[in-house]
Design a protein around this ligand. Structure first.
Ligand code: TXA
Ligand code: MG
Length: 328
């Protein structure tokens, strides 16, 4: 369970901010969100403005419990209910047909809506005190690294956010898994905190999962989750040599050092030892990227973990951190 520092007074205050059309930084088990009243188009519009996010890029509606699903979505298939029952509260987002309560501003004009119940006591307390749905993208500027502490939110958004609830560091560390549940057979649109293996165990049949590089969610861009430093991906056995080569060329290199090479002590500006456990790696990932930026690195050399379990979501975020930036 995450360390909880927000008080009941804080939560009441944050619920008041939402009612007044303001924006709240809120902790979830995945990353911090930038929340607004889902039914207030002006507040939703402010999210896009503060994030610098294109209005065609749809948001997730956070709700307090699976029993509220039919308030927000229509024609919910049995498979979606099964997944909601198993994984909510938790890092799973279901894309369903949009119900009339959801303004088109929140869905980027789509007739579908993304919904999830976050597994964080502060988020759940806020949703309960507020009573409605809260649209919340990750609380970072568009394209940059998602925040996993309240300090990240304050540092990145400052006064643009009316109130930040501090719920401690996010436990999971990568965003929710987004599943398109509108059809007969669900499919993964974005890998995340719930693994494909866990979803398939509940469904009893395999999901079609596109290769991570092919995953397309409306409004997504090749470069996302990007630190200021350029990210270069190489094979694990080449990480040390590539880091030293770039350092010798005058770069300030940050290295994600795989544990198999933990003894190598590469000549680089900063070294992050990559945890063996994918749970620990996901938990730390965005913080590692931020830390290397903070330490003034201009180039980060990393490799991809095996793309199974949580490794699939980690590899997806690393690929996109390394993606071409001109299109953003
Ligand atoms: O863990 C998370 O999901 C975090 C926390 C705050 O809940 N939120 C998050 O939101 O990652 P954001 O806005 O950074 O990413 C939401 C993703 C976007 O890539 C968007 O394209 C997709 O959800 N999405 C939203 N509505 C959709 C829809 N109707 N159809 C397909 N994709 C959708
Ligand atoms: Mg995001």
């Amino acid at each position: 369970m995450a360390r909880v520092t927000a008080s009941f007074i804080d939560i009441d205050k944050a619920a008041g901010v939402l009612r007044a059309g303001g924006l709240v930084g809120l902790p979830t088990e995945t990353v911090y969100g930038l929340g607004a009243n889902a039914e207030d188009p002006a507040a939703v519009a402010r999210i896009f403005q503060v994030k610098g996010r294109p209005p065609s890029h749809p948001l997730i509606v956070h709700i307090g419990g699976a029993e509220q699903l039919d308030d927000w979505a229509e024609e919910v298939p049995a498979t979606a209910r099964l997944l909601a029952e198993h994984f909510w509260p938790g890092p799973l987002t279901l894309v369903l047909r949009r119900g009339p309560r959801v303004p088109l501003e929140a869905t980027g004009g789509l007739e579908t809506v993304a919904v999830r119940v976050p597994a964080h006591p502060v988020a759940l307390a806020l949703l309960s005190a507020f009573g409605g749905g809260v649209t919340a993208p990750s609380a970072n500027r568009f394209g940059s690294v998602s925040p996993t502490t309240a300090d990240h939110v304050r540092a990145e958004l400052g006064d643009a956010v009316d109130h930040v609830l501090d719920g401690g560091p996010c436990e999971v560390g990568v965003e929710s898994t987004i599943v398109d549940a509108t059809g007969e057979v669900p499919s993964i649109l974005r890998p995340g905190g719930v693994t494909r293996e866990d979803l398939e165990a509940v469904l009893g049949y395999p999901l079609a999962v596109p290769a991570t590089s092919d995953i397309r969610v409306p409004g997504q861009h090749p470069s996302h989750y990007a630190p200021s430093a350029r990210v270069v991906l190489v094979e694990p056995e080449d990480v040390v040599a590539e880091a030293e080569r770039a350092q010798a060329l005058g770069h300030r290199v940050g290295v994600f050092l795989p544990s198999a090479f933990a003894d190598a002590a590469p000549k680089a500006h900063a070294v992050v030892p990559v945890p063996d456990s994918m749970t620990a790696y996901a938990h730390g990932l965005f913080g590692f990227l931020r830390e290397l930026d903070r330490r003034g690195c201009d180039l980060i050399v990393a490799s991809l973990p095996a793309e199974e379990g949580l490794g699939l979501a980690i590899a997806n975020r690393l690929r996109r951190a390394a993606g071409p930036r001109s299109s953003v």
